[in-house]
Design a protein around this ligand. Structure first.
Ligand SMILES: *Cc1c(COP(=O)(O)O)cnc(C)c1O
Length: 402
């Protein structure tokens, strides 16, 4: 371990993980682009397969480059161990299939990443696993949804794309009271802004496609467990399911992580200014950003997170059509799904990421027709503001009242 718990976050992201290259002193971890690893003799091979020798055997079962990334993120999340996956959804599906069995029930955040809810409601049901998705920002709703067979509480906070905040510590208490595990998708915050394991989660997962990699060029995921038991259980299932990570992919993500603090803090500073600016714009009907005092969980966000992040959702006048006009008019911002990259991305969940949810469920989860989601990147505030300004000028219907 080359980072220490005492290090400040900016330092830790630069140094977390194992010594990069003990053999030659390289300051970057080498890419072990090898599918298999040779043994000196059958005894050594046997010792490795039996777990008596920690050496490598086969890349699906473990690889030095991938392992360096896993150790790095485990240190950042302050967990027992990390397991890198081929995508964020591989992390989600592996966690579900590792920790749930037929007859079990999961309570989840209603406004989770669309495919996560789809996986639970369309596919896990085939294996006898039930789920209930509720507005977890209302802790009483979580309590009401718990059944005798509830084995997992699955929280996304801030939620996607409503940017609602759930009290992670309170969910941890509820989970312990009913003998369930608390799993938190920490993609929207990254470990720079939020440490779910410290708040009482048993498992934290990420789509590293987003902030951790940060450059919109890799799809990747990771699972970090707080304890050895959960880690070992998930590891066994992951190695069998096969959604493991490629060493080159691992190296790219590790490189991205080194600038995580710089990127997140820069984007967040800009997001705070943009949210304030949007909030005062006559054609903007509402803004959901935890840094604004008007956000319903503003105080909780302050207590639970090191900062309000760089994700903003807002609505413009004219509903669905207004949102469409606005999004089609931006010139600098990129119309694309995903988030957490250095470039600012804008999207319309009702017609894109969350279109697969029936409209009624979508509205219940607070994903309104007019909701526009922006992932603020690292460009200058002034350029992003000017882009929003010119796009808002094209939205025809002026606000009559605010
Ligand atoms: C993108 C995303 C995922 C899925 O990750 P992939 O890398 O696209 O498979 C899961 N959760 C959240 C919150 C996400 O934003």
């Amino acid at each position: 371990m080359t980072s220490s718990p005492k290090m400040r976050p900016e330092t830790k992201v630069v140094h977390a993980g194992p010594e990069p290259d003990p053999l030659h002193g390289g300051v970057s971890v080498p890419i072990y682009q090898s599918s298999t690893f040779s043994f000196q003799n059958t005894d050594e091979g046997a010792a490795r397969f039996a777990g008596r020798d920690p050496g490598y055997m086969y890349t699906r079962l473990g690889n030095p480059t991938t392992h360096a990334l896993e150790q790095c993120v485990a240190e950042l999340e302050e967990g027992y161990g990390g397991l890198a996956t081929a995508s964020g959804m591989a992390a989600v599906s592996t966690v579900f299939l590792s920790l749930l069995s037929a007859g079990d029930h999961v309570v989840g955040t209603d406004a989770v990443y669309g495919p996560t809810r789809g996986l639970a409601e369309k596919h896990l049901t085939r294996f006898g696993i039930e789920s209930t998705f509720v507005p977890t920002e209302d802790i009483a709703a979580v309590r009401r949804a718990i059944r005798p067979n509830t084995k997992m509480i699955y929280v996304e906070s801030p939620a996607n794309p409503t940017i609602k905040i759930t009290d992670i510590a309170a969910c941890g208490h509820l989970a312990r009271d009913c003998g369930a595990l608390l799993v938190v998708d920490n993609t929207f915050s990254s470990p720079i802004l939020q440490k779910p394991l410290r708040l009482g989660a048993d498992v934290v997962l990420h789509s590293m496609t987003k902030y951790l990699n940060g450059h919109s060029d890799v799809v990747a995921g990771i699972i970090v467990s707080s304890n050895r038991e959960a880690h070992t259980r998930i590891e066994g299932v992951l190695r069998s399911l096969g959604g493991t990570m490629d060493p080159h992919q691992a190296w790219l993500v590790l490189r991205g992580i080194r600038t995580l603090s710089l990127r997140v803090n820069r984007a967040m500073a800009t997001a705070e200014k943009l949210a304030t600016w949007l909030d005062a714009h006559p054609k903007v009907e509402w803004v959901s950003y935890p840094g604004l005092a008007s956000h319903p969980q503003h105080d909780l966000a302050k207590a639970q997170m090191a900062g309000p992040g760089a994700m903003i959702s807002f609505g413009v006048t004219g509903g669905f059509e207004g949102a469409k006009t606005m999004i089609d008019s931006v010139e600098l911002m990129v119309l694309a799904v995903s988030l957490g990259g250095i470039e600012t991305l804008i999207e319309h969940p009702a017609s894109m990421t969350h279109a697969s949810l029936p409209r009624e469920e979508r509205m219940e989860a607070g994903i309104r027709d007019d909701l526009i989601r922006v992932s603020v990147g690292c460009e200058a505030f002034e350029d992003l503001r000017d882009d929003l300004e010119q796009a808002l000028a094209k939205v025809a219907i002026p606000a009559t009242s605010r």
